[in-house]
Design a protein around this ligand. Structure first.
Ligand code: ATP
Ligand code: MG
Length: 560
């Protein structure tokens, strides 16, 4: 992975916008973020939000938040509310520019009548199957609908009767009259309005005809005075239709300009709303805010800051070609954001007891340690109680260490973080051969013989009795495969959540505020989940300190 830099390269979109302003095509910038309220926002949406709000802010312009709520069957107020709170959380303010496409239903309908009267649209009676058959393919032109020659008067009458509820779903629809032989399938007389007898979450039962996305979107943009309508690449082939509609409506200049960019694909994650919904519905995750999902609600719950997501979006930039972004980019942005602002503390998530035999029982020695070693004055210090019994990470000890293991083992030494050296001279096992306790002695320096030329490794620790209990959730990639295809049975990472209920934290953490973020030394960045109903406190791992997946991939390459 090339290291991200924080200088801001000018994206091709920024260049286009600057050109448009330079040529006085527009006198200012108005963008919009147009979510469909049929799911929760994910980090791909964050890319679009940062882009749209960012462009507007950089040019002293405006960005509208517009709900694209033209499909009553799939939409819900639950999603409207979550989207509003997610955009706000991400740090963007739409001011008084909150709009709904459904607010334009009257105008959209009037515009459709105008298209009919101008001979640019007609009511068609073909069934959905017939429409498909008439449509042709990429290599074959389509065929004209037998209703294509309907007079504007007849179409207008039928369209009004559609609106009045006189026909059933699928019996009739309104379509543009463009060109059934166009090499662009989107231009082969696309549908503009269809009958849908569903209540809408805002307009109730007022409508039984609803506009199609391609029609509603460009007209909504134009109504709002949007200058740059930025969307993802799959809409590139729809752009001629976008322009066609506004042209046939003789919409006054300057009309909005559609610009496409590559959507974000993040490795080890899936972002299609359909797939996210499936993961939630099938109970594969705990809900829309399960910290393993790429939704903003989930990332917030895991403990990511909005600033880290904005930093990530800034660094990945915008391109015109689809690509996959490594999850490591997000991890790196999170670490870079948290590193200068959080305290370092000690926590042992999978404790192994160590009895220091040369340390008197009942004695407590207080070791002063700064919360932020790089700048000790900045966040102050705390006392770490050292007692005869301490806990270290089980992982930091091996009974039978492999050659590349340099931490604690029988006969070996390690340095306690902020403390002295412990020499392990005995491991106590239970009947099943599991190590239950280590016996050690403490000294001020490594014994030259034991060190063997190597400086002893540093291990983190807490006092066994003078520490606080907590549950720690170690989150990892939800999908083991880098580019998941969506096969939930085959691709989910079985270890995406490891819960440690026996974790112990240093005493200072008794005061931790819900919503606080910390670095647990050597383990990663953690978030005190404000929704965890404690005690015990529940900490979510936000991110590890290093990229374990890159190491795993390397090991695998070397092995194979
Ligand atoms: P899905 O296809 O999963 O349903 P969508 O793109 O239809 O998602 P919308 O609610 O319509 O979801 O998206 C709102 C805006 O966010 C659109 O302008 C869309 O282009 C943008 N967007 C959605 N997904 C991504 C992504 N992965 N990367 C960048 N922008 C995205
Ligand atoms: Mg969409």
């Amino acid at each position: 992975m090339p290291m991200p830099t924080d200088e801001r390269p000018k994206s091709f979109i920024r260049n286009l916008v600057d050109e448009d302003l330079g040529s006085r095509r527009y006198s200012g910038v108005v963008t919009r973020f147009p979510p469909e309220p049929n799911g929760y926002l994910h980090i791909g949406h964050a890319k679009s939000i940062c882009l749209n709000f960012g462009l507007a802010a950089d040019h002293g312009g405006l960005c509208n938040l517009r709900f694209d709520d033209t499909n009553p069957a799939r939409e819900d107020v639950e999603f409207v509310d979550s989207i509003l709170s997610d955009v706000r959380w991400l740090g963007f303010d739409w001011g008084d520019r909150l709009f709904y496409a459904s607010d334009y239903f009257d105008r959209l309908y009037e515009c459709a009548e105008r298209l009919i009267l101008g001979g640019h649209a007609y009511v068609c009676d073909l069934s959905p199957e017939e429409v498909r058959a008439f449509r042709g393919t990429l290599t074959e032109p389509g065929r004209d609908s037998p209703w294509r020659g309907r007079s504007p008067e007849e179409s207008l009458d039928l369209f009004r009767r559609m609106r009045a509820g006189q026909f059933g779903e699928g019996e009739k629809f309104l379509r543009a009259r463009i060109d059934m032989a166009s090499p662009n399938l989107n231009m082969r007389d696309p549908a503009l309005y269809r009958i849908k007898k569903a209540a809408h979450h805002r307009t109730g039962d007022k409508w039984v005809v609803y506009p199609m996305y391609d029609y509603a979107h460009c007209v909504s943009d134009a109504i709002e005075g949007v200058t740059h309508s930025i969307c993802t690449l799959e809409f590139e082939d729809h752009r001629p239709l976008y322009d066609w509609v506004l042209e046939k409506l003789a919409w006054p200049e300057p009309r909005p300009r559609q610009i496409e960019f590559a959507r974000l694909n993040l490795e080890h994650a899936l972002m299609s709303k359909r797939k996210l919904l499936q993961l939630v519905r099938e109970g594969r995750v705990g809900g829309w805010d399960d910290p393993r999902l790429p939704t903003l609600a989930a990332l917030r719950r895991r403990g990511l800051t909005p600033a880290s997501i904005r930093l990530f979006c800034e660094r990945i930039g915008v391109a015109k070609k689809d690509s996959w972004i490594e999850m490591e980019w997000l991890d790196k942005a999170v670490r870079d954001d948290l590193n200068p602002q959080v305290r370092r503390v000690m926590a042992v998530v999978d404790p192994l007891r160590v009895v220091i035999e040369n340390f008197p029982e009942g004695k407590v020695e207080t070791i002063m340690a700064p919360f932020f070693p790089d700048e000790p004055a900045r966040m102050g210090s705390r006392g770490l109680p050292l007692t005869r019994e301490i806990l270290i990470e089980r992982d930091d000890f091996r009974l039978d260490p492999p050659p590349d293991f340099f931490r604690l083992a029988p006969g070996r030494e390690a340095r306690l973080r902020w403390g002295g050296f412990i020499h392990c001279h005995e491991a106590v096992l239970d009947g099943g051969g599991r190590v239950t306790e280590l016996r050690a002695t403490l000294s001020d320096g490594p014994r030259p013989a034991a060190a063997g030329g190597r400086r002893p490794a540093i291990v983190h620790w807490v006092s066994a009795e003078r520490s606080v209990g907590a549950t720690v959730r170690l989150y990892d990639r939800l999908f083991a495969s880098r580019r998941p295809s969506g096969d939930l049975d085959g691709e989910l990472n079985p270890d995406s959540l490891v819960e440690r209920r026996e974790a112990r934290l240093e005493m200072s953490m008794a005061e931790a505020e819900p919503g606080g973020r910390f670095q647990f030394e050597r383990l990663g960045y953690f978030f005190l989940d404000p929704l965890g109903t404690g005690p015990p406190m529940v900490f979510n791992r936000i991110v590890t300190l290093k990229d374990g997946w890159a190491r795993r991939a390397r090991d695998k390459n070397q092995a194979g």
